[in-house]
Design a protein around this ligand. Structure first.
Ligand code: AMP
Length: 512
C-alpha cells in the first residue's frame, strides 16, 4: 500500500494503471475510518483492479470552525486499519496540496443541494462538490464509491457527474450500522457514553416511520409525526430536521411510495449526526432499496407490493445507464470493456474485419473474454463454436468482441433508454477498427440496440429476433451505417450463445 501525499505522484500511479488496462476505483473519505468506509473499500476491491482511498479533511465543507477543529484525525491509525484490506494506495494530501495559494474556483451545486443539509449547513455541498471534482480530476477513477449514509451527497455528486459529463461511474453502498442500529460515523467517537446511548434515537425514529409504512400508512405527515414523537422521548437529542422525500429531487413527499427516503439530522450533545432509511417492501435487501431510490427499478422485483405503498408503473424501468451505475449490482467498470484492452490485444487495429456485438459476462468481471482470454467458459466456448475458431489467438486475428451494454445490468433485458445510451459507446468503440466489414449481433438486447440505434429503424421497422431467425437459426442482411462508415456492411443475427434456450448453428462458412 503506497501512501501518497502529492498530486503528481497519485496522478502518475493512476495514469500507469490506466495504461495497463486496469480498472481504477476511488473511495473518497475524510479519515477516522470505520466499518462504513471499509464496506465501500471492500466493494471497490470486488469491482476494480486498483483501489485508491483518499483521506482528506476538506476545510471547504465545514461551515463551523469548531467542527473542523474537532473533527477526528489520526492518519497513522487509519493506515494501520487499511493495511489488511490490501488496497493499492492511500492519497492523503495536505490542505496546501489541494488548495494552494490562490485557489479560487468552486462548484456551485444545483437544486438538490438546497434543502435539508443544504439549509442547515450553508456552503457544505459546494465544498463537497468542489473537493470531489478535484479528486476525480486528479485520479480519474473508473468508479467512485459513496455511502447511502450521506444520501443527499450522493444525489449532489451524481447531478454533478451528469451535468459536467464526468467520465466516472458512481457506486452507492448501503449504510453500515453498529449492533444497536447507530450508523457508523467518524463523529460517533466524540459522543460520551450517555450521548452514545441517546444517539440511537436517529435510527429508532426512522424505524418507527418504516414500521408505520409497512403497516399501511401512506401519509408522509403521519410518518414525520411518529419520528418527532420518538425524538421527544430523548432529552439528550435535538432534532434539526425530519423529512420524507421523493428520492430523485428530495422534494417532500405527501404520499409515501416505494423508494421514498426518510431522513433525519440531530444534535446529540455537541455532535451533529444524520441518518436515513429508504422506504420499500418489507424484507427488501439494502441493495434493492438503493435500486428503488436511485434507479426506479420495478418494485415487483423486490418480491411483491406492501400495503400502503403505491407503485408508479411509469417509473419501473432504469432511466439510463448512468443511473443504473449508481448501484452496487453493476459489476463492470468501463475499462473492463474493450477499450481497456485495445492496445494489449490489437496492436494493429486495421486487422480485425468482423465485430461481434453481444452481452458478455454480466455477472462477473473475471469471466470477461478479454480479461481472461485463455480461460474458457460457456459463453466463450459457444462463441468460438459459432464463429468456427479454436483459440483466442485465432479469434483476435479476425474478430473483436464488444458489448452491447456498458451498465451490465444483471437483469435479463435492459430498458430502451439504457440501450440508447450505451449505443454511443458502442459506436465509438466500433470506430476504433477502420476495416470492419461484417457484424455478428448476438441475442435480443444487442439486436434491439443495433436495429434502433445503429440502423435507426423505427419500432415497426424490424421483426422480433426470434421470428427473424426462423427457420435456420440465424439471419443476415446487408446494411449501411452512415454514422460509422460509408461501406456496405454484412450483418449476421444469431441467438446469444448462453442467454435463452435456442442456439444458432455455426456461421463459420459465411464469415470468410
Ligand atoms: P466521510 O469520511 O464521512 O466523508 O465518508 C466517506 C464516505 O463513506 C462517504 O461516501 C460516506 O457516505 C461513507 N460512509 C460514511 N459512513 C458510512 C456508513 N455508516 N455506512 C456506509 N457508508 C458510510
Amino acid at each position: 500500500m503506497r501512501v501518497v501525499k502529492s498530486i503528481s505522484e497519485i496522478h502518475s500511479l493512476a495514469r500507469d494503471a490506466h495504461a495497463r488496462g486496469r480498472s481504477l476505483a476511488l473511495v473518497p473519505t475524510m479519515g477516522a475510518l470505520h466499518e462504513g468506509h471499509f464496506s465501500l473499500i471492500r466493494q471497490a476491491k470486488r469491482q476494480c483492479d486498483v483501489v485508491v482511498v483518499s483521506i482528506f479533511v476538506n476545510p471547504k465543507q465545514f461551515n463551523s470552525p469548531e467542527d473542523l477543529t474537532d473533527y477526528p484525525r489520526d492518519l497513522n491509525r487509519d493506515l494501520e486499519l487499511l493495511e489488511p484490506l490490501r488496497i493499492d494506495a492511500v492519497f492523503a494530501p495536505s490542505e496546501m496540496e489541494m488548495y494552494p495559494e490562490g485557489f479560487s474556483t468552486g462548484v456551485v451545486p444545483g437544486e438538490v443541494a438546497k434543502p435539508l443539509e443544504g439549509e442547515f449547513r450553508p456552503g457544505y455541498f459546494a465544498g463537497v462538490a468542489t473537493v470531489v471534482l478535484e479528486l476525480l480530476n486528479i485520479i480519474r477513477p473508473d468508479l467512485a464509491y459513496f455511502g447511502q449514509k450521506d444520501f443527499q451527497q450522493t444525489l449532489v455528486v451524481r447531478r454533478m457527474v451528469e451535468d459536467l459529463n464526468l467520465d466516472v461511474r458512481l457506486v452507492i453502498c448501503p449504510t453500515m450500522r453498529e449492533a444497536d442500529g447507530l450508523a457508523f460515523s467518524s463523529r460517533n467517537s466524540r459522543l460520551n457514553p450517555e450521548e452514545r446511548k441517546a444517539a440511537t434515537v436517529l435510527y429508532r425514529s426512522l424505524c418507527r416511520a418504516e414500521k408505520l409504512a409497512h403497516g399501511g400508512e401512506s401519509l408522509a405527515s403521519k410518518l414525520l409525526k411518529a419520528i418527532r414523537e420518538v425524538f421527544a422521548g430523548e432529552p439528550l437529542a435535538r432534532l434539526e430536521y425530519a423529512a420524507v422525500v421523493e428520492p430523485q429531487n428530495l422534494k417532500p413527499a405527501k404520499r409515501v411510495i416505494s423508494g421514498c427516503v426518510a431522513l433525519v439530522a440531530a444534535r446529540v450533545g455537541a455532535v451533529r449526526l444524520i441518518d436515513n432509511l429508504i422506504l420499500g417492501p418489507l424484507g427488501a435487501a439494502p441493495e434493492m432499496l438503493l435500486q428503488l431510490a436511485l434507479t426506479s427499478w420495478p418494485i415487483l422485483d423486490a418480491g411483491g407490493l406492501i400495503p400502503g405503498f403505491e407503485t408508479e408503473t411509469t417509473r419501473v424501468k432504469i432511466a439510463a445507464c448512468r443511473e443504473c451505475a449508481a448501484i452496487p449490482t453493476i459489476l463492470l467498470p468501463p475499462r473492463e470493456f474493450l477499450s481497456g484492452y485495445v492496445k494489449m490485444y490489437y496492436p494493429d487495429r486495421g486487422a480485425p474485419r468482423i465485430a461481434v456485438i453481444g452481452r458478455d459476462a454480466p455477472l462477473s468481471p473475471s469471466t470477461f473474454l478479454y480479461r481472461q482470454p485463455e480461460t474458457g467458459n460457456r459463453f466463450v466456448a459457444g462463441l468460438f463454436d459459432l464463429l468456427g475458431v479454436k483459440s483466442f489467438t485465432e479469434f483476435k486475428q479476425r474478430f473483436v468482441l464488444t458489448d452491447a451494454l456498458r451498465c451490465h445490468s444483471t437483469a435479463p433485458h435492459v430498458a430502451e433508454k439504457g440501450l440508447a445510451y450505451c449505443s454511443h459507446h458502442l459506436r465509438a468503440e466500433l470506430k476504433l477498427f477502420p476495416n470492419l466489414h461484417t457484424f455478428v449481433v448476438l441475442g435480443d438486447d444487442a439486436y434491439l440496440q443495433f436495429q434502433r440505434h445503429l440502423l435507426e429503424r423505427g419500432p415497426g421497422g424490424f421483426k422480433p429476433l426470434d421470428e427473424l431467425l426462423q427457420p435456420q437459426g440465424w439471419a443476415r442482411e446487408e446494411v449501411r451505417i452512415p454514422t460509422l462508415t460509408a461501406r456496405l456492411l454484412k450483418v449476421f443475427y444469431c441467438y446469444h450463445p448462453t442467454f435463452g434456450y435456442k442456439r444458432s448453428p455455426s456461421i463459420a462458412p459465411f464469415l470468410a
